[in-house]
Ligand binder design. Structure first.
Ligand code: BDR
Ligand code: CA
Length: 308
């Protein structure tokens, strides 16, 4: 039976690659895609989820959840990487305008309707999951596993010196989710960054005549340009697709149990993930963290799944 998941995301070019895999993979049943403010502001995140689904035209249509603004006054978007519209400034026109529910309501409703059966894959800030925890006292006991792309085990960030983008967008929510008694797996930046894609990736995408090929061939060149112009890099990282692989090919990762927390105050460290690394401390582990990835196999797996 296919694994039932909700994708909570902030498209975002790498989110879109993850969606391009998940929506067509037979072992996944994507019951909903819930938008969250992150790479782009809330309204655009919702619009982009709708646009990506329309462009990809998957066999089964997921429910779509509406993002609302987070409460973090330091929030800043990542349009400098993903484009002003978050999807590479291609100029997609969205066809449908729908009346929809807020993301946290969809998370609560789906989890309540199928206790223990719904896993959540978080590819953006943890705002929606924290709100679901606050909204429904039974959410924690009813949700399955949560797999999150975020944080940094080695302490090196990407949006600040110390903070990874998803956690930095909403550190308070991330902290709440980290501490919730839910089975959680973290795929941090230092793992996803090991999987680098060179420009030849574009040639390995499905043909232009397919929906996935056409969409990604339009969107991905922008990511190569922004990595080159903004970061001085010739290769790109597709963080969210790597995190998704944890569900599809868990043997690509080595996980370890750790006690992890989130700094919510420091001037230089707000949004940093902090792990208890001192020897001999009696701490209870609250999450599994990917510590090793087979980078070459992970790159090949992304290409393979996109071409299915
Ligand atoms: C994460 O931040 C976002 O820009 C990406 O979509 C990814 O989820 C990487 O730090
Ligand atoms: Ca993302």
């Amino acid at each position: 039976m296919a694994r039932r998941i909700i994708l909570d995301c902030d498209p975002g070019i790498d989110d879109s690659v993850a969606l391009s895999i998940a929506l067509f993979h037979k072992s996944l049943d994507v019951v909903a895609i819930t938008a969250v403010e992150g790479n782009v502001p809330a309204e655009l995140a919702t619009k982009n989820v709708q646009t990506v689904v329309e462009q990809l035209d998957p066999p089964r249509l997921p429910r779509i959840g509406v993002a609302t603004r987070n409460d973090n006054s330091d929030y800043r978007d990542a349009c400098f990487i993903h484009g002003r519209d978050g999807l590479g400034e291609v100029g997609f026109v969205m066809a449908g305008h729908h009346q929809r529910h807020q993301s946290e309501k969809i998370l609560c409703d789906e989890v309540r309707a199928a206790p223990g059966e719904i896993d959540i894959v978080c590819l953006g800030p943890l705002t929606n999951v924290a709100r679901a925890i606050q909204r429904d006292p039974h959410f924690i006991e009813n949700v399955g596993e949560i797999v999150m792309m975020g944080g940094s085990f080695n302490g090196i960030g990407n949006i600040t010196q110390t903070a990874e983008f998803n956690i930095h967008c909403d550190p308070e929510s991330a902290r709440e989710v980290f501490h919730a008694p839910i089975k959680k797996t973290l795929i941090p930046l230092d793992i996803t960054s090991q999987v680098q894609f060179s420009l030849s990736f574009i040639d390995q995408l499905p043909e232009e005549s397919t929906s996935v090929g056409s969409f990604l061939r339009n969107v991905l060149p922008y990511l190569f340009r922004s990595y080159h112009q903004q970061l001085g890099q010739e290769t790109v990282q597709i963080h969210d697709a790597i995190a998704l692989l944890q569900l599809l090919e868990p043997e690509l990762f080595e996980l370890e149990a750790w006690a992890g927390d989130v700094e919510v105050k420091g001037q230089l460290t707000r949004g940093m993930t902090v792990f208890e690394k001192r020897q001999g401390r009696k701490t209870s582990h609250n999450l599994e963290v990917a510590r090793v990835v087979d980078a070459s196999a992970a790159r090949q797996a992304v290409i393979k799944y996109l071409n299915r």
